[in-house]
Design a binder for this molecule. Structure first.
Ligand code: SF4
Ligand code: SF4
Length: 310
């Protein structure tokens, strides 16, 4: 391993991050992976529109020679809301909390090593799961979620372009975890039947995670099933069921708490700009989920109230 590669690994390792490099010559293949799904009719039009930006060329750093993909541990975060005198808690999956802070830490490592040596760095907007799997950083689960050694699926991914020449091209075929060979727990626990045995790709157009991100209002067939809700945003059912994630799911970080008054404002969809700066600051911890928060929180409160009154 050359000196710069070693310094990157050491810097990432200090935050328990892991990084891999692939040559920029694979950029078309990363972008093509999404285009291929579109061509084969395996993603619907709405998802295609959402993912279309992956097909953009490398505008941020056209002279890039290397893509660096980084995995960052991201445990579940538990947020508390007070409503009608009762404390409700809700979990937020990885990928939503303090994303910018974690990504900045990765960028800082690259700045300290590569920028300090005269190379440029730019954030890469790519299909991160594809890149993680094709670089050997991660393996796929049957649920199409990427699992990183030492983190399970409780991690976030970020990628960067750099004009540093690629010392180690880790490009390879993506793999499914060995643990999935004789296991179907995620498939059995998926409420929407999105995971199947007849194809590797999940039916993302039915997956609660994708649906919640695409529609401010849930489709009627999701509304009919309030028991399906299990997280403040997205869905964690297939990860909760996964034996590989067992030890990583035990670690839950405490997130912000919201008073009775704040919870009422959220549930009543108070416009963002009319919330107090303090409330907005705590909500910003979850990234841009405010447009979906009233719907998801309302459903979770309803579900937990039913359980309490049984
Ligand atoms: S639950 Fe089983 S089949 Fe599904 S991702 Fe985990 S190990 Fe693989
Ligand atoms: S996130 Fe939820 S809906 Fe999507 S595949 Fe996993 S269990 Fe099914």
């Amino acid at each position: 391993m050359n000196e710069l590669s070693q310094k990157i690994q050491e810097g990432m390792g200090r935050s328990r991050y892991q990084a891999r490099t692939v040559s920029i010559t694979h950029l078309a293949e990363v972008q093509g992976a999404v285009a291929q799904l579109v061509r084969r009719g395996l993603v619907n039009e709405q998802l295609y529109k959402k993912w279309h930006f992956y097909l953009d060329t490398n505008k941020n750093l056209p002279e890039a020679k290397t893509i660096i993909i980084v995995a960052m541990p991201a445990p579940l975060t538990r947020v508390r809301f007070k409503y009608n005198g009762i404390d409700y808690s809700a979990d937020i999956p990885p990928d939503y909390c303090a994303k910018n802070v974690k990504e900045s830490r990765a960028e800082e490592v690259l700045d300290n090593v590569l920028k300090a040596s005269g190379y440029k760095i730019a954030k890469a907007h790519l299909a991160l799961k594809t890149l993680a799997a094709r670089s050997g950083l991660a393996e796929y689960g049957r649920n199409n979620i990427t699992y990183v050694s030492g983190m399970g699926s409780l991690c976030m991914l970020v990628a960067f372009y750099t004009d540093w020449p690629c010392e180690e091209d880790n490009w390879q075929e993506s793999k499914m975890m060995e643990a999935c060979e004789n296991c179907s727990l995620c498939l059995e626990d998926c409420p929407t039947g999105s995971i199947s045995t007849d194809r590797f790709l999940i039916r993302a157009e039915n997956c609660l995670g994708s649906l919640q991100e695409m529609n401010p209002d849930s489709p009627y067939w999701v509304k009919l099933q309030p028991d399906w809700h299990n997280a403040l945003v997205g869905c964690m059912r297939c990860q909760f069921a996964c034996p590989v994630d067992k030890s990583y799911l035990n670690k839950i970080e405490a997130g912000p708490s919201f008073s009775e008054e704040e919870t009422n404002l959220i549930l009543n969809k108070m416009p963002w700009e009319r919330l107090s700066p303090e409330t907005r600051q705590r909500l910003e911890f979850f990234g841009g989920i405010y447009p979906f928060l009233a719907r998801n929180l309302g459903a979770l409160i309803e579900k937990q109230s039913k359980i309490t009154h049984r």
